[in-house]
Design a protein around this ligand. Structure first.
Ligand code: BJ8
Length: 423
């Protein structure tokens, strides 16, 4: 492939550190992804995307910038891509799934901060993320205390941070706050791009994002089959690439895989034999290249059939109503759609545990593995009532707390194997 060194250099990246990162990423991908058997052919597209994740896609973004298009980076599924697209900007996800520049990070953040936040800092401080370096605007959000306070520090490290406030209660006041923040974001996008958002452009943005989510809904539905036609690792990858790829191309590629999976299901073909124990993963989001737990699960005799996660169904569950006749109606519809996201920062958060039960039933899961990142108060706190609720109705649940390190892989594997044997 092309030599992207000059491009990375132009973004001010640390080339040696970046080479090291790409080396680790490539090796991990080889060992975790390419080592899988019976993968759908359509996954070839995602293999290509991953091999070019800091290459071709960045070149595309920089080409867009040359055409005067702005790039907006975000760390949370509450930032509406519909609005970014309507303003003629491209939205990319910035959450990171690997430890980097740990010592440097701990000069800015306490050690007992979750891996996801530390990683975001590490990728910036280590200058190894070309998405972050390409972004014209970085959106942080007031969600958990960790992120909320970390952005105060982050504002001194990057010069283009925009912080979105978010409600914590699903009340009418909470909804009004969300609506007001989306209006404020719309204005910020317009100011950034110099484009006025119109009814037409917002409808088009909604259409593009709905299509992308609908493709993932289709993929999720196909995973109900036994034998499972696609591994959880591969489905997770599609959910991760959702945040980076060109939306139309992503939609087309996922739909192509779905066509292939439909044929597999008809022929009763799967990635694992039928009656393989089926696991639903629930909890904190898994950003690229955080594949640790799914990899452990799927090399321990089980298949993952769903992700109750923001990199998964919690993030993509609902579509946005696009029948509004004016801007306000469309903004109301966007607010309605996002207000349903049942992140653990909300209190109370009954919807989330209801959705977990619903997903167990819909995907025929035999058990739930709750994934909590160490020091993530919201999800770890919720994991206990979630486990209680599931066990009360006879659904086995195991709670895992981990980080991005590899030290606990052996121990986790032993626990996961024991859990799978018992369900
Ligand atoms: S809508 S889940 S993407 S906030 S793991 S940083 S919660 S301490 S990521 Fe999230 Fe938006 Fe919610 Fe989804 Fe804090 Fe927990 Fe760390 Fe987390």
């Amino acid at each position: 492939s092309e030599d992207y060194t000059p491009m990375w250099k132009s973004l001010g990246m640390d080339l040696d550190a970046h080479d090291a990162l790409l080396g680790v990423l490539g090796q991990g991908y080889q060992e975790i992804y390419l080592a899988q058997k019976n993968r759908p052919e359509g996954m070839g597209y995602f293999d290509f995307v991953m091999s070019e994740v800091h290459g071709l896609r960045i070149k595309e973004l920089l080409d867009e910038k040359k055409q005067n298009r702005k790039i907006i980076g975000s760390y949370c599924v509450f930032v509406p891509e519909e609005i970014a697209l309507a303003g003629g900007a491209t939205l990319v996800g910035l959450c990171s799934g690997a430890d980097f520049a740990v010592e440097e990070v701990e000069k800015h953040l306490p050690r007992n901060t979750c891996s996801l936040i530390k990683s975001s800092f590490g990728f910036k401080l280590g200058r190894v993320c070309p998405y972050l370096e390409s972004a014209d605007m970085i959106v942080g959000e007031n969600t958990c205390d960790g992120k909320k306070k970390a952005y105060e520090t982050f504002a001194g490290i990057v010069d283009n941070l925009y912080v979105m406030d978010l409600p914590q209660v699903k009340s009418s006041q909470g909804r009004s706050l969300l609506k007001a923040e989306y209006e404020r974001f719309k204005i910020a996008v317009e100011k950034l791009t110099g484009n006025k958002i119109t009814v037409e452009s917002l409808k088009e943005g909604i259409k593009v994002v709905n299509a992308k989510r609908a493709a993932l809904h289709r993929l999720a539905t196909l995973r109900k089959a036994d034998p499972a036609p696609i591994s959880g690792l591969d489905a997770l990858l599609a959910n991760q690439v959702f945040f980076y790829d060109n939306p139309a191309r992503f939609t087309e590629s996922v739909n192509k895989i779905c066509d292939e999976l439909e044929v597999r299901i008809k022929k009763n073909q799967g990635v694992f034999p039928s009656k393989t124990p089926r696991i639903l993963i629930s909890g904190c989001p898994m950003a690229v290249p955080n594949w640790k737990l799914p990899w452990i699960i799927e090399t321990s005799g089980a298949v993952i059939v769903g992700e109750e996660s923001c990199v998964g169904e919690r993030g993509t569950r609902n579509l946005t109503e696009d029948s509004g006749k004016n801007l306000d109606e469309l903004m109301e519809a966007i607010t309605d759609r996002y207000f349903k996201v049942d992140c653990a920062i909300f209190t109370p958060n009954q919807d989330r545990s209801d959705h977990i039960v619903e997903m167990v039933k819909a995907y025929g899961a035999d058990g739930v593995i709750h994934y909590g990142l160490q020091f993530c108060q919201p999800y770890i706190m919720e994991s206990i009532p979630v486990e209680n609720k599931l066990e009360k109705i006879g659904i086995p649940c195991m709670r895992i707390e981990t980080d991005y390190g590899m030290e606990d892989v052996g121990q986790l594997k032993t626990r996961v194997e024991a859990f799978i044997e018992q369900i």
